[in-house]
Design a protein around this ligand. Structure first.
Ligand code: FMN
Ligand code: SF4
Length: 465
């Protein structure tokens, strides 16, 4: 394979390989610091990051507030403390090599306040911010204020154009690079737009070429693009190297670094990765953020698929063909379904899915009592971690609500991502992964359960494999 050309990123020449940010607590100070120490760019997740006390004990993120808004304030304090903690660990682990970036989701609650708080409390330790999910117009201004570089994560040239024209052109010197995250391949949340079909993946090459053309038209010829999503062996991307259509290029990995010694995920999660088969990662639309996301099809996702399937349209008055009366709730209030749907609903009830829950789209879904109880409890326990949440209807606005009915087809992503990163449970939690994760099971390097160090992985990637 052609030799990888180093890139100048966040003010330093580095290997053009990046560990992408992974929340919650999946890329942390230790993993990102190790990545930087190997000469690349490590990204720790600044989304509700963990902090430890002076005895090395995890400081539990407990919430005492009685209202969602009070708990939301506590969450901001936890997040700032955790971000500063992980920045310190990353800095110490990197030993002055590579670069350290922090990732935040623009759609997480109080993203701006948390960014200011962490950057203020970790001066000189963080060199760049990566930010995706939504349109992070204001991230440039925040980065510049703290003297760090910013890296928007986009899934199309069009999205970058909007960001550039509205905000980034005023802060061009601190634009460190643009992450192109392939919406059909990458793990975690995916930026599919309304015009893109989740079932029709597109080749990333022409999309990145279009992004480069757009960037060149703004005079950003030297600004690197970081290709994220589905990258495994760089030998498969050789035609992207030294290619004027693509320009300066680096590669961001999210899934491969999950299986390293420094990766903080559980052994159960690491072992599960080795058993995945093609097709096991499912692009779904259940996230309470409203974005698509890619995760392993496990009982957690199967249950959500089941909820979506056990779904019928209803009306509170008989109208059109919704005339078949059906009683819901403890008081047996009548709603009206089609005759066919009433039969289906009766079948679900007979099979134990006795509780009919209303959705914001005037549909009912059918779940068993235990699931219904968990949905209600999670909605009540909400601590306002997103700027707007479809599941609990929390929103970070004056009213504290999206104004829509809470949606029981979704779930509390805060709870499940905390659970998977702090336990051995990989079956009943959301397990984000990229669509190439099955390659762990096929790549001879991982045979016999070999788990590399980050240094070994970075060196291996640089060889093309
Ligand atoms: C477990 C997991 C969690 C992730 N969490 C985030 C996140 O919080 N923020 C983000 O911008 N990207 C997140 N990503 C995306 C990665 O940073 C990276 O861009 C992506 O995984 C690259 O594609 P790959 O999975 O094919 O390697 C996550 C990916 C995984 C696998
Ligand atoms: S219900 Fe939604 S906003 Fe509330 S904590 Fe869970 S994911 Fe966050």
């Amino acid at each position: 394979m052609k030799a990888l050309r180093p890139l100048v990123m966040s003010g330093k020449e580095v290997l053009p390989v990046v560990e992408g940010g992974k929340g919650i607590s999946v890329s942390n100070g230790e993993s990102s610091g190790a990545w930087a120490s190997a000469g690349g760019v490590g990204t720790f997740s600044g989304v509700n990051a963990d902090a430890y006390d002076e005895n090395g004990q995890l400081i539990p993120q407990l919430y005492h507030g009685r209202t969602r808004r009070e708990r939301h304030e506590e969450l901001i304090a936890h997040s700032i403390r955790g971000g500063i903690y992980q920045a310190r660990v990353a800095h110490e682990t990197a030993g002055g090599e590579g670069r350290i970036h922090m990732n935040v989701l623009w759609e997480m609650a109080a993203a701006e306040q948390i960014l200011h708080g962490v950057l203020e409390g970790s001066k000189g330790l963080i060199h760049g911010i990566t930010c995706g999910a939504g349109m992070p117009y204001r991230v440039a201004e925040i980065a510049v204020k703290h003297g760090v570089y910013y890296y928007p994560i986009v899934s199309s040239a069009r999205a970058f154009r909007a960001l550039w024209l509205r905000a980034y052109n005023k802060f061009r010197d601190f634009l460190g690079g643009v992450v192109y995250e392939d919406p059909w391949l990458a793990g975690g949340h995916n930026g599919l737009s309304n015009s893109e079909d989740p079932l029709k993946p597109e080749d990333p090459y022409p999309r990145v070429k279009a992004l480069r053309e757009m960037m060149n038209s703004f005079g950003l010829h030297d600004t690197p693009i970081l290709m994220a999503g589905g990258v495994w062996w760089l030998s498969e991307w050789e035609h992207w190297l030294d290619n004027p259509e693509i320009g300066p290029i680096g590669f961001q990995f999210g899934t491969r670094p999950l299986l390293t010694r420094e990766s903080p995920i559980s052994d159960a999660w690491k072992q599960r990765l080795l058993t995945l088969k093609p097709g096991d990662v499912y692009l779904n639309h259940f996230s309470p953020t409203g974005f698509y996301s890619s995760a392993v099809s496990n009982p957690f996702l199967e249950e959500l698929k089941g909820r979506a399937e056990r779904q019928v349209a209803y009306s509170v008055e008989p109208v059109g063909d919704l005339t078949a009366e059906f009683q819901v709730g403890p008081r047996g209030r009548p709603v009206y379904l089609t005759e066919h749907d009433r039969e289906r609903a009766q079948g679900w009830v007979a099979a134990g899915h006795t509780n009919a829950l209303k959705t914001p789209d005037t549909t009912l879904i059918f779940v068993d009592q235990a699931t219904s109880d968990v949905i209600r409890k999670d909605q009540v326990d909400c601590m306002g971690c997103l700027s707007a949440c479809n599941f609990s209807n929390w929103a970070q606005n004056e009213e504290g609500t999206t104004g829509r009915k809470a949606d029981p087809r979704s779930f509390c992503i805060q709870k499940t991502l905390q659970n998977i990163s702090h336990s051995e449970d990989v079956e009943h939690q959301l397990m984000f992964a990229g669509h190439n994760a099955y390659r762990f099971g096929q790549d001879p390097w991982y045979q016999n359960g070999f788990v590399p160090t980050v240094k070994q992985l970075v060196e291996r990637i640089a060889t093309g494999y």
